[in-house]
Design a protein around this ligand. Structure first.
Ligand SMILES: Cc1cc2nc3c(=O)[nH]c(=O)nc-3n(C[C@H](O)[C@H](O)[C@H](O)COP(=O)(O)O)c2cc1C
Length: 480
């Protein structure tokens, strides 16, 4: 069956994941507590199977909810179409090369597609018909859009942008979208509103994870995520034009709707348990989407990438991408001999960055740390940036802490940087409502450069001795 499916179809990826026996099917969990409760327990460790919920009480059989999607390196590899068993370091290198080469294909508009299997317009629209979960106990409502695309078109240039901005459903024809300051969707919306015009918008809930992944990445202003997604597939993304707004949505979307955001039209939104691990931000007015058209496939699948106490589905997949991006940006800034970058998942793949370098000169490690904590990919909501020597594995938090305990001199090795780029979702930003900046630390945990020849040597067998022992004594050694 899989051979006849389009590789742009969420259900193609799902079939691959099924083949790897990497999805758990759950029937009868309610949408107010149980879907979120099962998910919360499953996300406490990365690598657990994806979750497919069906037969949600009060909703038709076949209306499904898929969650815990990108919480395993294997499922991320499968989404990107690369070797499923590849390691996290290989994935970092894949992102580095993808970003350097920036392959693109413009989307191709087609006349049909599975999303057209059901179409509702005007008063017939009912966005509440789907089993949209309340994802966390204290959420302020039901969020259909997490692993979503929010699509808009720049009125001046025709640039089509999509981003992952959370979307809450309120009434049959009303949803809200929460776009933080500076996000491209918010900038485009403002252009319409400054002219006194409503902003056309389309939302997709349920799409192939490679298309969604780009929605959550910082694709440059003016560049279309559709082109970049085509670069991952190696072919144009197939889109249909929505009937009222003309906005393009993938023809394999599970659920898509379109409408308008009118100037000063806001509805109370949130809170949602967020990626920093808190219900930060509270409830506040956010732009309302007045829905004109709703489309969905038969037996549609709502897909969630849910934030929670990290690690979580919202931020885990961003980790390897971010490592690759910071690595490339350090090199572009002229910092030599970067040997590894790791953004720890406990910090939501943002708040903790480790950089490993081979020190070449005095000040090299300080330079690497300061730039990693401020370059575009590393700056937003960071709290800790730690630089280690290249004999330390940056992915091993144990080794990193060992370096911090034994090679770090607090008199010289610590910089506190004030007034940096953050978000109201960071519970320690200065004042979430008015001043979304934070303070952060850069730690130099490398051996002091001027003591590099006299620093005590490490009390661990050399590689040569390791190899000799392994060859002769493998039968008594613990399995690694
Ligand atoms: C699952 C997920 C949910 C997200 N939710 C939001 C959100 O509600 N609001 C927001 O401003 N950014 C959110 N983000 C971050 C943006 O998607 C990300 O910054 C992206 O680069 C925005 O697209 P843009 O660069 O085109 O504005 C989310 C990211 C992910 C992966």
């Amino acid at each position: 069956m899989i051979a006849n499916m389009s590789k742009q179809d969420l259900r193609f990826w799902l079939a691959q994941v099924e083949e790897s026996r990497d999805v758990t099917h759950i029937r009868g969990a309610d949408r107010d507590e149980e879907i979120g409760g099962v998910l919360d327990l499953s996300m406490r460790k990365m690598g657990n199977p994806a979750l497919m919920f069906d037969e949600v009480p009060g909703f038709a059989k076949g209306q499904r909810v898929l969650a815990n999607i990108l919480t395993s390196t294997q499922r991320i590899n499968q989404a990107l179409g690369i070797k499923a068993t590849g390691s996290e370091m290989e994935l970092i290198q894949w992102w580095r090369s993808y970003m350097r080469n920036a392959p693109t294909h413009k989307p191709r508009t087609v006349n049909g597609g599975p999303v057209l299997e059901n179409v509702e317009e005007g008063a017939k629209v009912d966005i509440l018909k789907f089993p949209t979960p309340k994802w966390h106990e204290h959420d302020g409502g039901y969020f259909i859009g997490t692993a979503c695309l929010v699509i808009m078109k720049d009125p001046d240039t025709g640039w089509v942008n999509y981003g992952a901005y959370r979307v809450q459903v309120h009434e049959p024809r009303v949803a809200t979208v929460m776009m933080s300051p500076g996000k491209h969707g918010r900038l485009i919306m403002r252009k319409f509103h400054e002219r006194g015009e409503p902003c056309p918008v389309a939302v997709v809930a349920g799409v192939h994870p490679a298309i969604f992944m780009l929605a959550g990445l910082e694709v440059a202003y003016g560049k279309s995520e559709y082109d970049a997604a085509g670069g991952i597939f190696g072919e144009p993304v197939e889109v249909i034009a929505m009937p009222k707004t003309g906005l393009p949505v993938p023809s394999y979307s599970e659920i898509a709707f379109e409408g308008y955001i009118h100037p000063n039209d806001e509805v109370l939104e949130g809170p949602l348990g967020e990626w920093t691990g808190y219900y930060a931000g509270g409830q506040r007015p956010e732009p309302a989407i007045r829905i004109e058209t709703l489309m969905y496939r038969n037996d549609p699948i709502i897909v969630g990438a849910i934030p929670a106490v990290p690690p979580n589905d919202n931020t885990f997949y961003l980790g390897t991408y971010r490592c690759g991006a910071i690595w490339n940006q350090l090199e572009a800034a002229g910092v030599p001999e970067i040997k590894g970058v790791w953004t720890h998942e406990a910090g939501g793949s943002r708040m903790w960055t480790t950089v490993a370098i081979k020190q070449l000169y005095g000040g090299h490690s300080k330079q690497a740390g300061l730039i990693a904590s401020q370059c575009h990919a590393g700056a937003y909501a960071n709290r800790w940036t730690v630089v280690v020597d290249d004999d330390i594995d940056p992915t091993s938090i144990n080794d990193v802490i060992w370096a911090m305990c034994t090679r770090f001199d607090p008199r010289e090795g610590m910089e506190i940087i004030r007034g940096c780029w953050s978000t109201h979702l960071d519970p320690m930003c200065y004042d979430g409502d008015t001043d979304r900046r934070n303070a952060r630390v850069v730690i130099d945990a490398c051996r002091p450069f001027n003591r590099r020849d006299t620093f005590p040597i490490v009390a661990r067998s050399s590689k040569a001795l390791d190899d000799r022992i392994k060859a002769k004594w493998s039968h008594v050694l613990p399995k690694s």
